[in-house]
Design a protein around this ligand. Structure first.
Ligand SMILES: C[C@H](O)CC(=O)SCCNC(=O)CCNC(=O)[C@H](O)C(C)(C)COP(=O)(O)OP(=O)(O)OC[C@H]1O[C@@H](n2cnc3c(N)ncnc32)[C@H](O)[C@@H]1OP(=O)(O)O
Length: 882
């Protein structure tokens, strides 16, 4: 064992062996550490001069848990044996059942596996402020070193469930009240007191407690069951997509019913299963991605030192300005709030006070701290207080001349070292600073509303922004507990630029006939906190209208020209602010879908000129041809459609469970349309069952029979010759996809569309006029890639992870939720239903798809669906819903 990663053991004259974990910065339990602990414990048990053991961590931290890098290795290799056996071999056998007592001396933090080691000891002594917790569920796993069994036995089932399921840390002070910690002491006393405690246990003057054998805190069986059941219900609501929550409760239940040892064994099994889960892969990825954002080449690796930012001026006391000021005040930074008149200033100060009170109500701030924060705030109507500020953050309305004049004033009144930041979400920073000579200190500090709560800080740099200014803002960002992500200067920067197509995707879906509320439902069940329409209601329509033209000007043909929001406003709707948007809002109530919005939607569809119902469906409906096959022959002979490529009607008919004409009549008509389904770099790794499953599809004017099995997306080979084998040989090739939007729109399709569209705006809409179905050619090249290529984002290799983080934080959905529904590869290209992609089956006989004459006509659609034959043509893939 060499280098910084090691376990040391010193045996004192008192007969106490102090075993120390050394693995900076957080003493993570790397396999070398685990091995070291096993060796030192075995040695201590054998040595006659050792009476008791004190376990501690070097550098003022006990331990941050098992080394998460090992999970990354396991995810890469699939080799779960890289995980050492700790729970039984080390914690249960060597430590807890050892013949000499152990005492944990805790300082700084004891998290995850670290806390689990302490619970294997016979007592825990800690400094009062140390953070204790089992946050494993945030990584898609459960505690794996016995934590699910020992924590409930020490603090009781309800508190243990809260700590694990919510990944909540508690201080050692609270731990002492709860029974997790046996004694508190100062850092100076820690080792001394722990040694004495260990000796007292060895001499039987203090109890020798094996946590796993305790049952006194578990309550009666019926109590335990009731606590577990209500936790299950709660987990179903808040973590519906996450497997680890229910798994954790199952494992706890096993321990309650069958005893601690059985619980430990089940925990070890479930832990290993979950480590390999897609959820864990995604969450571990997000863990490291988040920490990578503060590593900026040319800024954080060039020996610059962050300067102290003691006093910040915020210009504008509106929603954003007051939120930014709140975040700074809470972190003990003095703030000067400038407004243009006393009324506005007073309003801003009131909003800050309300924000702080809100934090107190939520329990994240004490009253004392709130008062302290308020005392750091000074309101002003002029620049007299700006002479000693270290940073200014301008947060006024998005008007270029106003911002320009403010920045030219700031240059005159602020000290030369002062950073001049703007909270603009859209405007080019070069334009903002055009009238100054201080381009090197002009920077974007783009907060997200509400700024004192949302965790993301988008730091926008121009070519002229100095690395020092960037570093200082990163430091401020970390200080106020934001995740800073450094991006380049372009319209919408990185976040709004990638988020913009998400909204556009939802508008496009509505234009082709999909229900607004259904979109919101599907997106919410995907894991987003709310759907795009509810979000629009919440954000208000003003912003959408304000930025619409800016985006249109910047992205030209890649922009969907939607007038949906204009129509909503014309209809007297302003979203949540006037209680009427897509939803109706009543004070204190939940938003209710407003059926009367359909009038607006109908008008929007009419304006959009998209025609629900494929051309071919219409032709069939109107009996323009006698039979479906006539249409095939017409397309083969008239349009030159290659015979061997399964012409539209044949393919459609083959997918149906009944013959096409029958399907068409009397049933709800499906809409066929080319959707801008932007998630089409299906990687071979995604489709484990079929290494060649790189699919793209196209059927210009393809129509499906209405009985096409629901909840299935059919991707067809491209008419331009793409087959599964040849799809995407060249990443610039355009592809598009057709899908059924039958009586139930395939959830997956919608999710894919909307999800992927948030990363990709490179969608070219090719609308056929008149009766034509709208088409969308999608370049499998994301805006993210494009942004990167253009040097807009950071040029670190971890670029995609940055984009992920941005989008995740910005959209307010937790990475947990995201991961649960959708497996993310490093470049984010995954299908939620990838496990369901199956290779094409051999072509079944055609007759199997037809409903025979003898078959009763009133069979339910569910029954018919069961009969749906395997996917037919060789290049037809079916993505099954979850
Ligand atoms: C079997 C077991 O039950 C399974 C487990 O134990 S799983 C692990 C459970 N533990 C955790 O989830 C804790 C994860 N870590 C954290 O929450 C935070 O890092 C922390 C509270 C420990 C410290 O936070 P903070 O001071 O803000 O520092 P932070 O930047 O996050 O971390 C410092 C460095 O330590 C690394 N680190 C932190 N915890 C780590 C861990 N458990 N394994 C590996 N590296 C870790 C970070 O990646 C970061 O590395 P970098 O400097 O190269 O970017």
């Amino acid at each position: 064992m060499a280098g910084a990663i090691r376990v040391t053991m010193e045996v004192g004259a008192d007969g106490v062996a102090v075993v120390t974990i050394c693995n900076p910065p957080v003493n993570a339990l790397h396999p070398i550490i685990i091995q070291g602990l096993k060796e030192k414990y075995a040695e201590a048990m054998d040595r006659d001069d050792v009476k008791a053991i004190v376990l501690t961590g070097a550098g003022g931290k006990f331990c941050g848990g098992f080394d998460i890098n090992v999970f990354t290795e396991v995810h890469k290799t699939g080799n779960v044996s890289l995980m050492p056996d700790v729970s039984v071999e080390l914690v249960s056998n060597l430590m807890e059942a050892g013949k000499k007592p152990s005492v944990a001396a805790i300082q700084g933090l004891a998290l995850g596996g670290g806390l689990e080691l302490t619970m294997g000891c016979h007592a825990r002594i800690s400094t009062p402020e140390a953070q204790l917790g089992l946050p494993e569920l945030t990584l898609g796993i459960i505690p794996g070193f016995g934590g699910t069994q020992r924590l409930p036995r020490l603090v009781g089932l309800p508190k243990a469930i809260e700590m694990m399921l919510q990944s909540k840390f508690i201080t050692a002070k609270e731990g002492k009240e709860r029974g997790l910690v046996d004694a508190l002491c100062s850092p100076d006393e820690l080792i001394k007191m722990s040694r004495l405690w260990a000796l007292e246990i060895a001499n039987y003057r203090k109890p020798w407690i094996r946590s796993l054998a305790r049952t006194d805190r578990l309550g009666s069986l019926s109590e335990a069951r009731s606590v577990l059941n209500s936790a299950r219900q709660q987990a179903k609501k808040v973590a519906a997509n996450l497997p680890q929550h229910q798994a954790c409760l199952d494992v706890m239940e096993e321990g309650v019913l069958c005893g601690g040892h059985a619980g430990v064994l089940k925990e070890a099994k479930v832990f290993k299963e979950l480590v390999l889960s897609p959820t864990s892969k995604a969450l571990v990825h997000a863990f490291f991605a988040q920490r990578l954002t503060t590593k900026v080449p040319g800024v954080t690796d060039v020996q610059l030192k962050p300067r102290k930012i003691r006093k910040v001026a915020v210009i504008g006391g509106g929603l954003m300005g007051s939120g930014i000021a709140t975040a700074l005040l809470v972190s003990n930074t003095s703030v000067v709030l400038k407004e243009v008149n006393p009324q506005f200033l007073q309003r801003g100060q009131k909003m800050i006070a309300a924000n702080l009170e809100g934090l107190v109500k939520r329990g994240s701030l004490t009253k004392d701290k709130m008062n302290k924060a308020m005392s750091l705030l000074k309101g002003t109507l002029d620049y007299s207080d700006f002479k000693d500020v270290d940073m200014v953050i301008e947060a006024v309305i998005e008007k270029i001349p106003l911002k320009q004049s403010i920045f030219s004033d700031l240059e005159k009144v602020c000290p030369p070292h002062c950073i001049l930041a703007t909270n603009t979400s859209t405007i080019d920073l070069n334009v903002v600073g055009e009238k100054t000579n201080s381009q090197d200190r002009i920077i974007g500090a783009h907060f997200f509303s509400p700024a004192h709560i949302m965790p993301l800080l988008e730091i926008v740099r121009t070519e002229k922004t100095s690395p020092q200014a960037i570093l200082d803002l990163i430091t401020v960002g970390k200080m106020i507990k934001k995740v800073p992500v450094v991006v380049g200067n372009c319209t919408g920067f990185a976040v709004n630029r990638t988020f913009f197509p998400y909204t556009q995707g939802s508008h496009l879906l509505v234009s082709i006939g999909i229900d607004v509320f259904r979109i919101d439902r599907v997106i919410s069940s995907f894991g987003m906190p709310m759907g795009p329409f509810q979000l629009q209601d919440l954000a208000g329509y003003g912003v959408a209208l304000a930025v619409k033209d800016i985006y249109a000007a910047a992205f030209g043909t890649r922009n969907l020209d939607s007038n949906l929001v204009d129509l909503m406003v014309q209809n007297g709707r302003q979203g949540k602010s006037n209680g009427k948007g897509y939803y109706l809002y009543e004070k204190g109530g939940k938003p209710k879908p407003d059926p009367s919005v359909q009038v607006v939607i109908d008008e929007y569809r009419r304006c959009a000129k998209t025609m629900p119902g494929g051309k071919a469906c219409r032709v069939m409906d109107e009996n323009v041809v006698i039979r479906a096959s006539d249409l095939d022959i017409a397309s083969i002979l008239g349009m030159g459609f290659p015979k061997f490529r399964w012409p539209d009607m044949f393919t459609a008919d083959s997918c149906s469970t009944c013959s096409f004409p029958n399907a068409q009549r009397g049933s709800r008509r499906m809409n066929s349309a080319m959707l801008p389904l932007t998630l089409f770099t299906v990687k071979s790794t995604t489709c484990r069952s079929h290494s060649r499953c790189k699919v793209a599809g196209i059927m210009p004017t393809m129509s499906f029979p209405s009985r096409l099995s629901t909840r299935r997306l059919v991707i067809f080979p491209s008419a331009s010759g793409n087959t599964p084998d040849s799809a995407f040989p060249d990443r610039s090739r355009s592809v598009s996809v057709g899908t059924s939007q039958n009586h139930e729109f395939a959830d997956d399709v919608l999710m894919l569309l909307v999800d992927r569209s948030s990363f990709c705006s490179r969608v070219r809409f090719a609308r056929a006029g008149g009766d034509g179905v709208s088409g969308a050619a999608v370049r499998p090249q994301s805006d993210k890639a494009r942004t990167r290529r253009e040097g807009r984002l950071l040029t670190t290799p971890a670029q995609p992870t940055e984009a992920l983080r941005l989008t995740t934080l910005m959209s307010r959905y937790s990475s947990d939720d995201m991961a649960a529904s959708h497996e993310m590869s490093p470049d984010l290209v995954r299908f939620p239903s990838c496990g369901g992609i199956s290779p094409a089956s051999p072509v079944p006989e055609r007759s199997r798809y037809r409903r025979s004459e003898s078959e009763p006509k009133n069979r339910g659609s569910r029954e018919r669906r069961r009969d749906t034959p395997s996917p037919p043509p060789m290049s037809l893939f079916w993505l099954r819903s979850r």
